[in-house]
Design a protein around this ligand. Sequence first.
Ligand SMILES: [Zn+2]
Length: 177
Amino acid sequence: MSSATSTEPAPFTAGHFYVLLSMVAATAAVVMARNTHPAALLLLSAAALASGYTAYALHQAVLGLLSKNRAPVLGARQREVLEQDKATVLRAIKDLEFDYGMKKVSDADYEDMLGRLKQRALLIMEQLDSIPADAPQVHAPAVRSAGTATCARCQTANDGDAKFCKQCGERLGSVNA
Ligand SMILES: [Zn+2]
């Protein structure tokens, strides 16, 4: 009996979790507090980032004591979170542009918020780029192991799932090239 759920924990260090958490929190703060004063926004954002980095630094310090393994595994989970964050920011930009179109936002606020959101989007994309390409994929493409089955008698290349050679009719063994 095998319960093949997709809840297998992806390699994801707690340190990255803190950074991501702070990024998400900062993004959320910027998005939620759109109508507050810019100074308050900065404070909110900074506070969220600071708390995240503090937790991260603390964690790194503890990790440093516990192990010498400084090569964190950047994985699919991190990519997932970043993609979500990116989507949030892009949606916020759309919303902002809509509100601006409806004249709900002043020119100054629009410029200010747009710049802020674009900066955040850029940061997220940089983070996404920094994830190695060989990081484990969330949705691994289904691997069809149907290569070619070469006939032992006439050397004809048959489909991998063929049972008999299409050329000479020889029974094809389970030879997977
Ligand atoms: Zn054959």
